[in-house]
Design a protein around this ligand. Structure first.
Ligand SMILES: [Mg+2]
Length: 197
């Protein structure tokens, strides 16, 4: 039977939003989120990173730097709470009109949110049931991605979340739940899924 997943945006959800992170040491977890991921792990929910990372396409740093950031992210989750991400997906591509310059990564991609390509890849590779899954993000495009795929969309107020809600960033969105942060979102998800696993 296909499993439910919790898809997690990265910047502003797991780590403190800091723009393009050029130094690996500048990636810091939002307080309390490692414990929240651990609770989702313990419930048997598949925890999956889905992140737009256009730094390589913009020529800011190579894709190997994104991998190094993710190594640190996973290390910090493990160190703080024994938490883990079951899979990590990110989109390094960006179209030229959106700002892509490096030819290797400058193109349209179905993986770039709010497109659903990362969900499709994860569902295929890990036998996930998107209709029973949750997406936690801090941007309207995260909620758009969730709804484009028929998944529950949760907006956190960390990162850009508050600016989205006040109408000062991106566009209006209709999340299924508005959470203070990932810890709050995880509690809500655990309540919603208490009958299941
Ligand atoms: Mg984000």
């Amino acid at each position: 039977m296909s499993r439910a997943a919790v898809f997690l945006d990265r910047d502003g959800v797991l780590n403190i939003e800091a723009g393009y992170i050029h130094n690996v040491e500048d990636l810091h977890l939002i307080p309390g989120i490692a414990q929240a991921v651990r609770q989702l792990n313990d419930r048997g929910l598949f925890c999956c990173l889905v992140s737009n990372q256009s730094g390589p396409a913009r020529g800011y740093y190579p894709a190997s730097h994104v991998d190094a950031l993710h190594d640190r992210l996973c290390h910090l989750l493990q160190q703080e709470a024994g938490a883990r991400l079951d899979a990590l997906y990110y989109c390094p591509y960006l179209s030229h009109p959106e700002g892509g310059t490096d030819p290797q990564y400058t193109r349209y991609s179905t993986w770039r949110k709010p497109n659903t390509g990362m969900f499709v890849a994860a569902a295929w590779e890990h036998d996930l049931d998107i209709s029973q899954s949750f997406m936690v993000g801090d941007k309207a495009t995260d909620i758009d991605m969730a709804h484009n795929a028929g998944c529950v969309g949760i907006l956190v107020q960390t990162g850009f979340g508050q600016q989205v809600l006040s109408g000062d960033y991106q566009h209006e969105t209709q999340p299924d739940y508005i959470a203070k942060d990932l810890a709050d979102a995880a509690q809500w998800i655990l309540e919603q899924t208490s009958h299941a696993v």
